[in-house]
Design a binder for this molecule. Structure first.
Ligand SMILES: [Zn+2]
Length: 252
């Protein structure tokens, strides 16, 4: 069996992404928020979260696909990413498009950046990062997810910190079955199978933008594509700026 078959490369295209969302709708799932109050709610509910990790360009493509299907998903942005800078004009404008698409917005929180050791530091840094993201995007941020979870981070599993819902809280993890494409492979079960499981009641799906592309390819190639595009954009900015101000652009 090739890696392409073993790791379902063909699952991770935008066309298939749309098909999976449609499958969820066909199976009767309602796309919800992270409410822990189950009274009067749908029997089959999905919370569909994006930890925006590699490419806000890709995240916006997914947000548009969802909006066209009438789906509200959750977009959790980083402010310390190694792959994108949300304070950069182009990226900021793309993130604002996602906000305008009426999706839920959260903070994808990097505890490693702050080298957090305890709950007091956690709450202080969450306040800080939440305020930065909220004022940049002009939205209220009501929930957060940990970036690159560790056992120590997952032990900080109260439902709320810094006034935000912790989507890795014990109560959330107990309520929802979990399906994720972390590192570009189905980490536990294949989403297509999970969606078709008629016994499924509450499901949390976590996707990572850069792991979904126009064409099927190996996960590392998907990330490389995002990184190369970013590098090209940076050079394009430099070249266009020199042209605009009439400076020589000496290349060899
Ligand atoms: Zn992350």
């Amino acid at each position: 069996m090739t890696n392409r078959e073993k790791y379902h490369f063909n699952d991770f295209t935008f066309a298939n992404y749309q098909r999976l969302l449609q499958l969820a709708l066909n199976m009767g799932f309602v796309f919800g928020d992270y409410s822990l109050d189950n009274s009067g709610r749908s029997k089959k509910e999905i919370v569909w979260r994006h930890n925006v990790e590699f490419s806000v360009h890709n995240a916006l493509k997914m947000a548009i696909i969802e909006k066209e299907l009438g789906i509200k998903a959750h977009y959790f942005f980083q402010i310390h990413s190694e792959f994108y800078n949300i304070f950069e004009k182009e990226i900021y404008l793309l993130a604002k498009e996602i906000v305008k698409s009426d999706h839920y917005i959260g903070l994808h929180f990097d505890a490693h950046f702050w080298e957090i050791q305890d709950q007091i530091e956690l709450e202080r840094c969450l306040f800080n990062d939440r305020n930065l993201l909220a004022s940049l995007l002009g939205v209220e941020i009501k929930s957060f997810s940990y970036h690159n979870t560790t056992p120590q981070l997952l032990a900080l599993n109260d439902t709320y910190y810094a006034g935000m819902l912790n989507v890795y809280a014990k109560l959330i993890r107990e309520k929802y079955r979990y399906c994720t494409d972390s590192t570009g492979i189905w980490r536990y079960e294949r989403l297509e199978d999970v969606l078709q499981d008629s016994s499924m009641q509450y499901l949390q799906v976590l996707t990572h933008d850069g792991m979904w592309q126009e064409e099927a390819m190996a996960p590392r190639q998907r990330v490389l594509g995002c990184v190369n595009l970013r590098a090209q954009k940076t050079m394009q900015y430099y070249d266009e700026y020199l042209l605009k101000v009439g400076q020589k652009n000496i290349d060899d």
